[in-house]
Design a protein around this ligand. Structure first.
Ligand code: SAM
Ligand code: SF4
Length: 323
């Protein structure tokens, strides 16, 4: 079992398989050139698989594949199938921008993927283009439909931004509701890679907007997840992920592995353990050692509310950690 120094059991790992992306979201990597290509430092997926087998043997029960955009990896379905074959009981999930999802949904499902989180910030084509620099709305909607058709469980993630898409908070809720999908609003997390001057809405702002049309109640915290769940009077549940608050740190059960082999214990904590050497060597004992070190390295809470220069706490790129 993996237990940190604060008594939390760690049974969830998020695995970034690439830093590259076909989008350039304003809150994530707006200034990175589209031809950015730098994958020589990536850990081969067969080594990542060997590491994940060790992690599963040590108690990992849920694996989320993320990026960058994970569907850019041509070997992704084979990777997922190998994890599933090793441990069919482990829950495998994916976070994607869904641009390529229509093409891959059926193969992903066949490989053993159970769940998909899809990032969708607007239902207006020109806004999706403005936010992500990709004319992508049509492809995303087709991807959602196909994923539902093949039986993948879906959640939608929206990052509400002032003056950009905050007038679509209710439209997104009604869209998700019409599809029978859980929508989670994610507070924009300031970071040095995002477009300057971007302003996000926080939980209270988002709830105020929804309250203009719906009555709702707080249901519960998602099981070991960072989202709080609310339910409208007519029974639709939606979530809010509010990292500016550290009360979800108490039940944090996750670590993050980057495509280059760094294990990050928390999104807003700079220290990370470099597992590259152990992973490339492929020695299970060494991989087990770095895994345990990375769990011991987990801080009690994220550093949002500490008096640290914002630049210091937010230098980590979302397209590196996988969000
Ligand atoms: N490319 C995939 C996608 O967009 O779903 C997976 C990687 S992306 C880094 C994972 C999640 O992080 C997405 O839901 C995205 O909206 C979220 N994200 C990225 N930058 C963020 C930021 N600055 N604040 C809040 N969420 C962010
Ligand atoms: Fe790409 Fe996802 Fe970052 Fe957008 S949020 S730029 S889709 S990695």
């Amino acid at each position: 079992m993996l237990q940190d120094t604060f008594g939390r059991t760690i049974d969830y790992i998020r695995v970034s398989v690439t830093k590259q992306c076909n989008f350039r979201c304003q809150y994530c990597m707006p200034e990175t050139p589209m031809d950015f290509f730098e994958d020589e430092n990536y850990i081969p997926l067969e080594n990542v698989l060997a590491f994940l087998k060790v992690a599963i043997d040590e108690g990992i029960k849920k694996i989320r594949i993320t990026g960058g955009e994970p569907l850019l990896r041509k070997d992704l379905c084979a990777f997922i199938a190998s994890i599933h074959q090793y441990a069919p009981e482990v829950q495998i999930a994916l976070t994607t921008n869904a641009f390529l999802l229509k093409k891959y949904a059926a193969s992903l499902k066949d490989s053993g993927l159970g769940r998909i989180n899809i990032s969708l910030d607007s239902l207006q084509a020109h806004r999706v283009l403005k936010i992500s620099k990709k004319d992508a709305l049509g492809a995303i909607l087709e991807g959602i439909e196909e994923a539902q058709n093949v039986g993948l469980k879906i959640k939608l993630n929206m990052v509400p931004l002032k003056g950009i898409n905050d007038d679509e908070i209710i439209a997104m809720l009604e869209f998700a509701k019409s599809k029978g999908i859980l929508l989670r609003y994610i507070e924009y997390m300031e970071n040095t890679h995002a477009k300057a001057q971007l302003k996000g809405l926080q939980e209270a702002d988002i709830l105020n907007v929804i309250a203009q049309k719906y009555t709702f109640t707080l249901v519960e915290k998602e099981n070991f997840g960072p989202a709080k769940l609310y339910q409208t009077q007519d029974g639709y549940a939606f979530g809010i992920i509010a990292p500016h608050n550290d009360d979800f740190c108490k039940s944090c059960n996750r670590i993050r592995l980057t495509a280059e082999g760094m294990i990050c214990p928390c999104l807003y904590y700079q220290n990370a353990i470099d597992s590259k050497k152990a992973m490339l060597k492929g020695d299970p004992k060494e991989m087990k050692k770095v895994l345990h070190e990375s769990v011991t390295n987990k801080p009690e809470k994220n550093q949002w509310n500490q008096e640290v220069m914002p630049e210091e706490i937010s230098a980590r790129a979302f397209y590196v950690t996988g969000g």
